[in-house]
Design a protein around this ligand. Structure first.
Ligand SMILES: Cc1cc2nc3c(=O)[nH]c(=O)nc-3n(C[C@H](O)[C@H](O)[C@H](O)COP(=O)(O)O)c2cc1C
Length: 183
């Protein structure tokens, strides 16, 4: 793997919230992404992650209502811009885990999924805004008590090309030896 290419690849993996709805996402593609997710590091290799692939229109509409209400609270009432409603997204993928140690292992798997999606030209975004309404989300999806819910990722083909992400320089967020000492 060429590091410069890899670095460029990382910088172009963006939070994609708007999709080209003329293009579908098939199950085989989702399975490839989930397989990539399962190569992630995980505690004791116990693989306690569970994935829920949601295509049902009624379920997506129920989740969309909750998500959009929460998003409006987050934005202070400003309608979401450049965002495809979850009613219309091709698919939502929920990242879950068995209770008893699976939780900390989920985000490496989410990241693998995001990077794999980007490699195929797909777009996605990690969301947790719905968490404030988790009991309702659980009820919609029949998620039992012994399963934790972590993230829901809409997935589709990006509506347009996106540029690189903007991040603070490493030196601004890194210290040497003792917290506060310049890198
Ligand atoms: C833990 C976590 C929770 C997030 N929750 C949401 C969310 O609920 N809705 C959303 O649109 N984006 C969510 N994001 C995406 C961030 O907004 C996004 O990563 C950030 O703005 C940087 O975007 P960029 O990578 O395109 O530069 C979340 C990201 C993380 C890591």
């Amino acid at each position: 793997v060429d590091f410069d290419e890899l670095e460029d690849f990382f910088s172009r993996q963006r939070a994609i919230r708007a999709y080209d709805l003329s293009r579908a996402v098939d199950d085989a593609t989702i399975e490839r992404l989930l397989r990539a997710a399962t190569f992630a590091p995980n505690g004791g290799n116990r693989q306690m992650w569970r994935f829920l692939v949601i295509r049902d229109a009624g379920l997506k509409a129920g989740l969309a209502k909750i998500y959009e209400e929460q998003a409006l609270i987050y934005t202070g009432g400003r309608p979401l811009q450049n965002t495809t409603s979850w009613r219309e997204v091709p698919v939502l993928v929920a990242f879950l885990s068995e209770k008893g140690g699976g939780g900390p292992s989920i985000f490496p798997a989410v990241q693998n999924f995001l990077l794999a999606a980007h490699a195929l030209g797909l777009g996605s975004v990690l969301t947790t805004l719905w968490k404030a309404r988790e009991p309702e989300v659980r009820a919609i999806l029949d998620v039992p008590e012994e399963i934790e819910m972590h993230a829901i990722l809409p997935l589709g083909w990006p509506d347009r090309r996106y540029g690189r992400s903007k991040r603070r320089p490493v030196a601004e967020v890194t210290y040497r030896d003792r917290f506060g000492a310049a890198w």
